[in-house]
Write a protein that binds this ligand. Structure first.
Ligand SMILES: NC(=O)c1ccc[n+]([C@@H]2O[C@H](COP(=O)([O-])OP(=O)(O)OC[C@H]3O[C@@H](n4cnc5c(N)ncnc54)[C@H](O)[C@@H]3O)[C@@H](O)[C@H]2O)c1
Length: 348
């Protein structure tokens, strides 16, 4: 269980005053007890995204006790029953629909409650509707699981993470947005397609900033077998010139719109992305992913939730990396921060 009472904000695991800083010397609060095999996870919102995350968690054997909560109780019950009936084929001891009381003492809570985008809607169009839902949900989570790590998936995910952090009063390292983890995986997949289908797990690259229309592909951080993007392009005989980069940025940014136009919602990709985030936390893997986190100071950006590469483990976020970016990337990051700051203010 997390215990944050002994740590000051300045010495928090998420403090971000320097580039790729090491935590050595910091006294961290006790995080999740990752030696336990009994991990309780609750999912608030059992629609397309919540139920897909539940299914993926069960298939990966991440949770031993999984609780689904939804205002549509029948939906939560149906999803829990459907997944539970696969118990002989998976590694989970319990999945059930329940109330907030049933979520009490969760190690990790995932919030997917809220409206999704309709064709043509941006994520930011959802902000007022979902902020009101987020306030109710986050208050219930804080009441019943005051020590939990909170993963916010509902859109617009950066602003919703901010609302959840404000309402719960949890330290920022325990309130994480799924951010651009999915966008980064889309970018890595697209790179893999260009690079002779090299295993996307071996292609490192990040989409940073807003999980939304102002996000940007950080080409300067791409790394394949120790090679940067120019060397990689040469090695594979591929052109990553400005036209190609623009096209790939557009494909990454437009991916959700394209899927929603065809099938009404996106849920498999985010289901897998959220499950990786959860695994990294409950198993204290210290994996690096581009989650949304509260940035306060670095790059001159103050108190804005946005995506940067972070280390995920038992505390939630233990490092935030602030790598050197090119001038164009810095302009894009600042643009995202301005949009998100304005969005946050509209729901503060
Ligand atoms: N972060 C990402 O990368 C990402 C990707 C896809 C979708 N999303 C977002 O996830 C959210 C859910 O999408 P979806 O497709 O599952 O939508 P959905 O409509 O299928 O499911 C939402 C569920 O939330 C429930 N709900 C609403 N208010 C609630 C409340 N107060 N308490 C509990 N449950 C409540 C609804 O009954 C519904 O079952 C949306 O905001 C969507 O934009 C985020």
């Amino acid at each position: 269980m997390t215990d944050t009472s002994t740590i000051s904000a300045a010495a928090s695991p998420a403090s971000t005053s320097s580039t790729a800083r090491s935590n050595s010397g910091l006294v961290l609060p006790r995080g999740l007890d990752v030696s336990r095999t009994a991990i309780k996870i609750s999912i608030i919102g059992a629609g397309f995204v919540g139920s897909t995350i539940a299914y993926t968690l069960v298939m990966r054997g991440v949770a031993s006790d999984l609780v689904l909560v939804d205002t549509n109780t029948a939906r939560a019950e149906g999803e829990a029953m459907d997944i539970a009936h696969g118990a002989p084929f998976a590694k989970v001891s319990s999945i059930r629909a329940g109330s907030y009381e049933d979520t009490a003492g969760s190690d990790l809570v995932i919030i997917t409650a809220g409206t999704n985008q309709k064709p043509g809607e941006t994520r930011l169009d959802l902000i007022q509707r979902n902020a009101s839902i987020m306030r109710d949900v986050a208050a219930q989570v804080a009441k019943h699981s005051p020590q939990t790590v909170l993963l916010v998936v509902s859109n617009p995910v950066d602003s919703m993470s901010y609302v959840a952090q404000q309402v719960t009063g949890f330290p920022s390292w325990r309130v994480i947005g799924s951010g651009t983890v999915l966008d980064s995986s889309r970018f890595r997949y697209l790179l893999s397609c260009e690079l002779d289908m090299v295993d996307a797990r071996n292609i490192h690259g990040y989409v940073l900033g807003e999980h939304g229309d102002s996000e940007f592909l950080a080409w300067s951080l791409v790394n394949v077998a120790g090679m940067g993007i120019d060397e990689t392009a040469q090695a594979f005989g591929v052109d990553f010139g400005s036209d190609k980069r623009r096209q790939m940025a557009e494909q990454t940014r437009q991916a959700a719109y394209e899927i929603i136009a065809r099938k009404g919602a996106t849920y498999y990709g985010i289901g897998m992305a959220a499950t990786r985030i959860v695994e990294a936390i409950v198993r204290d893997e210290r994996s690096i992913m581009s989650c949304s986190t509260l940035l306060d100071g670095p790059y001159g950006i103050n108190k804005v939730y946005l995506s940067l590469p972070v280390v995920l483990g038992q505390h939630g976020v233990s490092h935030v990396f602030t790598p050197d970016l090119t001038d164009d990337e810095m302009t894009a990051l600042n643009h995202s921060a301005e949009i998100l700051s304005e969005a946050q203010n509209s729901v503060a």
